[in-house]
Design a protein around this ligand. Structure first.
Ligand code: CTP
Length: 408
């Protein structure tokens, strides 16, 4: 995801420095070119060799180190950066950045850097809450720097409170959101549904399906990384929803219907990957149903078809995409769903094809529109999510161009 991107990590004196080794390693695995600059105090916590081994670049500490691959290192490195992250950022370095002081390799590079900058403060709670630090952070925000709120927990000084640097996975997501993808969905509101629904029989049992939410979560994440404002309405799933999305958790088909229809009017693009139950038990028993001799039948009632409702009230310029899982006659059945639910596109997969369907990390999809059919090979659900959004954007932009010309 980060091929061709240069990430500069500025590391200051805090015990949280050790977590940055993990971050550097994760960035390298995503093919970023990573450069680390440490303050002298940071080098008291871990040795620069750790970063040199992980990044395959010299770790800069001393401004006057002549043994470096760039000429006028701080200016050149700053110019090469696609993003600079300062984490952990001590109160001292935050103060220097806010006050325009550039007296070491890290602060001179930060001063020269025009790329987006993300700062993750880490310090004792009392230091963090000090109005001077808060004023400095406010000032940095006003200069367009992104500040990551520190987490709460037990700090190195044994105090419990705010001031912990967030885990490297969280820092990575901030970096990815900023530089991983072109922001071709900026300004678009995308509503995604994902996962199964659960239809209660009694307080103990329910009817559901095998959906894990992986495909929908991948689409929500991809849209977020491409700059969209994403709302994810999700049935019960055991995977973590993507960061920087509004997550609405629901249980039943009825709850999903309410959540989606309440938010659909605003959405530019709606993608329904959820495996919504078509039937629910007609009566939900308040008490556990006890077993008796003989068989048991449970009367079922049809749930509302959310997508069909949206299709009937689709406003001009809105794009509606469904998902269709079949075990036979995939194309024919999916085309029928496009017509009946008034969709712009449906993404079909056949549960019986190896690598497609529930729970797998891969999928084999066919994207169907009223006038086209695109069959794609086996790929990861992340890649499939990218393909689906690419196709939607191609069609969306075409529709937008047509309506612009009509207005002219
Ligand atoms: N869907 C929905 N509301 C329902 C059932 C399905 O919005 N009550 C949506 C799904 O989220 C999916 C699309 O409709 O985007 C197709 O779902 P699928 O289960 O494949 O088809 P159904 O329309 O339910 O028809 P069938 O189960 O007979 O194949």
């Amino acid at each position: 995801m980060l091929t061709g991107k240069t990430i500069v990590l500025g590391v200051t004196g805090s015990i949280a420095v050790y977590k940055i080794a993990n971050l550097a390693s994760m960035l390298v695995k995503l093919h970023a070119d990573v450069h680390v600059i440490m303050t002298k105090n940071a080098a008291n916590f871990i040795h620069p060799t750790t970063f040199e081994t992980l990044t395959n670049h010299k770790c800069l500490v001393d401004t006057f180190d002549r043994n470096f691959e760039f000429h006028v290192a701080h200016v050149n490195l700053a110019a090469q950066a696609d993003l600079m992250m300062i984490a952990p950022a001590s109160a001292n370095v935050i103060g220097k950045l806010a006050g325009g002081i550039a007296d070491d390799m890290l602060t001179t590079t930060a001063m020269a850097c025009k790329a987006p900058m993300i700062i993750a403060p880490a310090m004792n709670t009392n230091m963090y809450e000090n109005p001077i630090v808060q004023d400095n952070l406010k000032k940095l925000r006003s200069y367009g720097k992104a500040i990551i709120e520190p987490a709460c927990g037990m700090l190195a000084c044994r105090d419990i409170g705010k001031g912990k640097m967030p885990e490297p996975e969280v820092l990575l997501h901030y970096i990815l959101r900023t530089v991983a993808k072109e922001k071709d969905l900026a300004g678009k509101k995308v509503l995604v549904t994902a996962g199964p629904t659960q239809e209660a029989i009694d307080p103990v049992r329910y009817i559901t399906n095998h959906s894990t939410g992986k495909m929908g979560y991948a689409i929500a994440e991809n849209a977020m990384l491409r700059g969209a404002e994403v709302t994810l309405v999700t049935g019960p799933c055991s995977i973590d929803p993507p960061m920087f999305t509004e997550v609405i958790s629901v249980i039943s088909a009825e709850e999903m219907y309410e959540a989606v229809t309440a938010r659909s009017e605003d959405a530019d693009i709606i993608i329904m990957t959820a495996a919504v139950a078509d039937y629910r038990p007609s009566i939900i028993s308040n008490e556990k149903v006890k077993k008796k001799d003989g068989d048991l039948s449970i009367p079922l009632t049809r749930t509302k078809d959310i997508l069909k409702t949206l299709g009937c009230r689709k406003r001009e310029g809105q794009f509606l995409c469904g998902f269709s899982m079949e075990t036979q006659n995939m194309l024919e059945n999916s085309r029928k769903k496009i017509r009946e639910k008034h969709l712009d596109m449906i993404v079909a997969n056949n549960l019986k094809v190896a690598g497609a369907g529930f729970g797998t990390d891969t999928n084999v999809i066919t994207m169907i529109t009223p006038d086209s059919e695109t069959e794609l090979p086996l790929m990861s659900k992340q890649e499939a999510a990218g393909e689906v959004l690419d196709e939607i954007m191609r069609r969306f932009s075409k529709a937008e161009n047509i309506s612009c010309k009509a207005v002219r």
